[in-house]
Each structure stands twice: as C-alpha cells, then as structure tokens.
Ligand binder design. Sequence first.
Ligand code: PLP
Length: 454
Amino acid sequence: MRQVEDSREQIYETDKERVWHALAPHSEGNPWVVESAQGVYVTDLEGHTYLDAMAGLWCVNVGYGHERIAKAAYEQMRAMPFYPLSAAHVPATKLAATLSRWLGGDYRFFFNNSGSEANETAIKVARQYHAQMGQHGRYKVISRYRAYHGSTMGALSATGQHQRKYLYEPLAAGFLHIQPPDPYRLSGGLSLDEYGKACARELDRVIQWEGSETISAFIMEPIITGGGILVPPDNYLPEVADVCRRHGVLLIVDEVISGFGRTGKRFGFQHSGVMPDIVTMAKGMTSGYAPLSATAVAAHLYEAFKDTSDPNAHLRQVNTFGGHPVSCAVAIENLNIMDELDLIARSAALGDVLQRRLKELETYEIVGDVRGRGLLAGIELVANRETKEPLSPLRVKAIVARTKSLGVIVGRNGDTVAGLNNVVTVSPPLTIAENEIDQIAEALTTAIAEENGR
Ligand SMILES: Cc1ncc(COP(=O)(O)O)c(C=O)c1O
C-alpha cells in the first residue's frame, strides 16, 4: 500500500535532490525505494518483490509484518511515549530482566539507540571501571583489523577497516589493532586448534609489549560479520578470554549482528562457554522495528561505580532517546515472538541447511571459500583459486546485482579494507523457510555460474 501521495517520479526526484544515502557513491540514477515488506519479502515502488536475504541490514530477525510489534509500540506510545532513563520506566525494567535471562549471567544494562553507541558506552565503562579501581593508566582498547564496531568516532577508532576511516582521521587515541583469525587465508598450515592459539598469543604479546597496565579492553565480535564473515577456530574465544583475564583486561563482545539467534544460539559467545565482561547488542533486539541497543555490563563491574564518596563515580553518560520506552516495548514483544516461534532452534536447524546449500557453490572456480554459522554466511570470491587473489569489487558487485535481478537481495563486505571487499554475505530473517533457502541458493548459483564463465 502506498504510504505517500506523491507520484513515483516525485519520490525519485525528491530523494535524489534531498537524501544522502549510507555508503553509496553519488549516482544520477533513481534510488531503489522499498515501500512495503512482509515475512522475508520486500516490495519496491515499482511493485517488484524480492526475498530479503540480508534481513534489512542484518537485523529483521523475526521477519517483516508482525502486527503484534506494531501494537506494542502503539500501546506504549499511548500509555507513555517518552521519559528519559535518568529516571526509570517499566518497559526498560522488563526488558533488562528478559535480556538478563537471554544472556544467562549477572549483568546490568545501559540502553542506547544504536550499536555504535552501545560500543561507545562499553569503551567508556571499561576505562572508567579501571580508573575507579585505581588503575588510571588503563585506557587503550585493542580490536582486530577487518572488524566493524560502528560509525561514531570512538567505535570507528576500534573499527579495523581503513576504508571506513579514510579522510575522517585522526580518530581517538589509544586504539590498537591485531590480525583477525582468518582460517581461509592466514592459518599458514596450522591446524585450526593451533591457529586459534596462535591468534590469541598475538593478543597476549601485544598486551605485554604495550604494557598491560595501559590496556583497558579487548573488543571483538564472535564472528567478524560485515568485515567478511571470518569464523575463528572454536578455541579462539576461550583462549582470548584467558589472555584477557590473566592481564586484567576487560573482554567486550560485540553481539550487534551475532546476537539474537543469528548464529543458532541466543548470542554468538554462547557457542564458547565464555562469559564476557561486557556484551553490546542492537539490531536483532528489536528486529529493526525501532532503534535500540544495550551495553550489558557484568554486575561485579558495576560495583566500582557505586562509590558514594566520589562525585564522579557514576557513569556520566546519557543519550536522550537511549532506552526509549517505545523501543523497549517493541524489543519485549520481538523477544516474545522469538521465543514463541522457537527461532533460535530454527536458526540452528535451517542454518545447517543454508550452510550446506551454499557450500555446493564451491564447485565454481571463483568461489574460494563458503563459511558461516547458523543463518549467517559468507561466500569469498577469488580470481585465482591457487593464489587466492580476491575477485575484483566490480565483479563481486555484478554478482550481487545479478542475484537481485533474480529476486534475491544478498550483501557484500563493501568499503572495508582494500583488496578484500570480495565476500558476498547472507543473513536472512530467522523465520525463513527451507524452500526460501533454496530460492537464495538457486539465485546465487545462477549469478555465480554466469560470472564464473566470463
Ligand atoms: C558488529 C557491529 N557493531 C556495531 C555496529 C554499529 O551499529 P549501528 O549501525 O546500529 O550503530 C554494527 C553495524 O552494522 C556492527 O555490524
């Protein structure tokens, strides 16, 4: 149903004149305008319908069109549309209790609007925590190259993708990067287990060389997502957690994409047995129906912020709309739906189907590696299988565009690090059905087969 009275041409022209789009180079062509969505499908202004195998931007985990979520938002707006979280409100309280259950640990929640802000908060909490404990020198944050942690200056400083930072530097001081685990390219003949240990040893070495008394936190996603779906060896996170613990460095796990069932568990870290000090989350928490994020801080860390003799002991952080009551009400209903539809188990089961179907693409010469976990997958494309020379971004783009022409939206890791923007990404709503996974695999097979033949 058309939401606006304007003609299609008016919408295109006004958009071209007035809207600055994310990550998109300037184009004189008409923008792609999505007008409505239902289930796993989106429909554009021209009336064409596509299977959205990216769940918007890795976020519409319960799928589109849940009336119950719209109703929850409406009812909360009527009851109490806004009050800041410097006070308290019932939706935030209830949501914190639910998230606590989902995490399976003792955490306290600070609510924000976006994943970037959740990571900003995590970085501030880590620095202040150490200061409250008398360790004022611990300010540096370590993260991995190729990982994305957000667009704001602190979160961008932690990001390890130079194409997202170029011309916006210098960024914040005190951010260091180490190599990401990348079994396809970097394991150098080591077994997965040895490679996981070697990557964790690099963290250990950097902490020692920098001086552990200067390091506040290590931030990582369980799987590097937007940077190219880099799945670490299973022992990597436990080894890293051990290194952090030995050096008194806080472990921040960024679950902005990996959380809320994406990898077949409620949170990505739950595959490992590790309990992080801080967990950041956003996207799937509301399935994108409203903006909301959270920084979950282990309850024992919060103790350090209780010192009543110090006027600056509390966290001096606020975002006007952080923990907006309508967004919290939306999140609660979204999580109810996930539970009722058993979407976590579904993600694990249908994730196996997706991974198996996509793995079949490895028969094509230009497919170097297919990897992922749950309903999160990446297809790394190469010009040469032996040398693993990455396929050019233009050819990767062509495959994504051809897949779209066949009715399926997939993503790619564009604008990350030079030469490695060669991974096609798949991250559909967790409500996807098996025949819809077939549809994704078939469209990708056609697009890749055609490009392989060029
Ligand atoms: C892993 C990760 N962290 C943080 C962010 C930032 O989230 P937001 O775009 O909501 O600020 C993103 C966004 O894609 C992300 O993928």
